[in-house]
Design a protein around this ligand. Structure first.
Ligand SMILES: O=C(CO)COP(=O)(O)O
Length: 125
């Protein structure tokens, strides 16, 4: 991991199109940061934004959310953008909750929808 803290990108399945479009429209701003992403989300971001420096972790249900939580705990993540699907039950809901908890514990900004993500990226620029 570089000295610059990473932006973590995560999206539930129903929100992956939205996050890929969001990343495309903010590619320039995000290019200055290493990106970490859960597995399937990361593949979508790499497709949409080939110039971004994306490290793909495990898929969310297989531990990817927890890996991002661990990176928060080690101080390697400076911003989490997580497009959450509020209408679908997830088998790994406890992992998502644990990730949110660590973002709170370590006071790392966590954008859970596009409107918040826009404000956070503007703040970074
Ligand atoms: O499930 C997720 C977040 O909880 C996202 O994982 P994927 O990016 O692998 O779909």
């Amino acid at each position: 991991m570089t000295l610059r803290k990473a932006i973590a990108l995560i999206a539930h399945d129903q929100k992956k199109d939205d996050l890929a479009a969001f990343a495309k429209s903010h590619e320039q701003a995000m290019k200055a940061f290493p990106i970490v992403a859960t597995g399937t989300t990361g593949a979508r971001i790499i497709d949409a934004c080939p110039d971004l420096d994306v490290t793909r972790l495990k898929s969310g249900p297989l531990g990817g959310d927890q890996q991002i939580g661990a990176l928060i705990a080690t101080g390697d993540v400076g911003l989490v953008i997580f497009f959450v699907d509020p209408l679908t039950a997830m088998p790994h809901d406890v992992d998502v909750k644990a990730l949110m908890r660590l973002a709170i514990v370590y006071d790392v900004p966590m954008a859970l929808n596009r409107a918040t993500a826009e404000t956070r990226l503007k703040a970074l620029a």
